[in-house]
Design a protein around this ligand. Structure first.
Ligand code: ATP
Ligand code: FE
Length: 365
């Protein structure tokens, strides 16, 4: 059996065909990053327009690379939530069109659930496991108990880490204007710059130090980064369009703080999970989302996991950021579960914000 997956929730138009053992039969991805870098951030109307231009050819490219026709796939999975409404709608409308052409039913997909289960396509990860998703719109910790059964331990109370990377550090340091970073997300360019940097350039930012739960907060760091960057421009008497000479150090400092905060909250989650016996004897942490594709953050997560006896599973980088493969795979997992997730194409709607699993974060102390 095979599933075609379609993803348009944010700024990547993705499509892929996967089979039931997780082989990627065909895939295509069109990233809008270069275009959004020109304007310093995603403008929903522009994202919608680019999805509209590309969705048909991306789906066709995925089918072509799988050497399949639309009629050959068993079902179509499409992201319906959460995300930018205008972007989501383009994918859903296209999927509905394809469903009418072929009489396929559709499988509606929750984008974050798809991020969470991608690891199961790569290797055998049995439920229950812990999952950390750090991305452009979210930061959350959960226990995955089943394909659509999650216990939410904690979530960002304000900004998402990817947003802090993109909107403050990469933008205010002018990285997104640099030709060598033209096609890279803010996060990826900060990671590259941070490699040669010294993270001790500024003091560490203390976040949620008196809170024993597993929630996250990135607004404090965001404001701090903005203030430090501005102060550096003033101190060095540089115009804000120029590149600071200590850009690498600032990137390293910022990234160190993101890592430190995520690591601290993860330790809380490990302790709580142990206390409540939420996981069995085989303790696994799955990480995904764009920020979790960061090698520095992964290395440190690896270290924390080994301290607590957890096995860390990270999908390869290209499966951590948005793609059609994870959507197709999530559809496949739903088919394989035996429960009927297929829906009449016309009945589906897109949703901007959506709860992830059942929230037990108030019990986490
Ligand atoms: P969400 O999944 O929360 O709806 P999204 O789909 O926009 O948001 P992803 O595609 O999963 O997010 O991730 C994109 C985000 O990840 C961007 O904010 C980007 O800057 C960040 N990112 C990508 N690569 C890296 C990296 N190497 N280091 C840090 N951040 C990164
Ligand atoms: Fe995503």
């Amino acid at each position: 059996r095979t599933v075609l997956g379609i993803e348009t929730s944010c700024d990547d138009t993705g499509a892929a065909v996967v089979d039931e053992v997780g082989n990627i039969l065909g895939e295509a991805l069109h990233s809008q990053t270069a275009r959004h870098n020109q304007t310093g951030g995603i403008i929903p109307n522009v994202a919608k327009e680019l999805h509209t231009q590309k969705v048909e050819s991306v789906v066709q490219d995925a089918l072509n690379s799988a050497k399949m026709r639309l009629e050959d796939v068993d079902a179509i999975a499409v992201t319906v939530k959460p995300g930018l409404i205008m972007s989501l709608r383009v994918g859903l409308v296209h999927a509905q069109k394809l469903a009418h052409l072929t009489r396929h039913q559709l499988i509606p997909i929750h984008h974050m659930e798809a991020h969470a289960l991608t690891a199961r396509m790569i290797e055998r990860v049995e439920f229950p496991f812990m999952v950390l998703l750090a991305s452009g719109g979210h930061c959350l910790l959960a226990i995955a108990k089943g394909i659509d059964d999650f216990l939410l331990l904690g979530t960002s109370q304000d900004t998402a880490p990817g947003e802090a990377y993109d909107k403050v550090t990469a933008r205010e340091l002018n990285l997104i204007k640099m030709p060598e970073f033209e096609h890279l997300s803010g996060g990826a360019s900060v990671e590259l710059m941070a490699k040669q940097g010294d993270h001790t350039i500024f003091p560490r930012v203390h976040v949620m130090t008196s809170r024993a739960d597993c929630d996250f907060s990135f607004t404090g760091l965001k404001i701090s980064a903005r203030r430090q960057i501005l102060a550096e421009y003033q101190r060095l008497g540089l115009d804000q369009n120029q590149l600071l000479p200590n850009t690498s150090d600032i990137c390293a400092w910022f990234q160190y703080n993101v890592m430190y905060h995520i690591g601290r909250r993860l330790q809380r989650a490990f302790i709580f999970t142990e206390m409540k016996e939420l996981l069995g004897t085989s303790k696994t942490l799955v990480v995904s989302g764009g920020v979790a594709s960061n090698a520095f953050i992964r290395l440190n997560l690896e270290h924390i996991c080994s301290m607590y006896g957890y096995k860390l599973v990270c999908p390869p980088q290209k499966l951590c950021t948005d793609n059609g493969i994870m959507i197709a795979w999530n559809g496949m997992e739903k088919i394989l579960s035996g429960t009927n997730y297929l829906q009449d194409a016309d009945s589906l709607q897109v949703v901007a914000r959506s709860q992830f699993g059942s929230d037990i974060s108030k019990e986490v102390k």
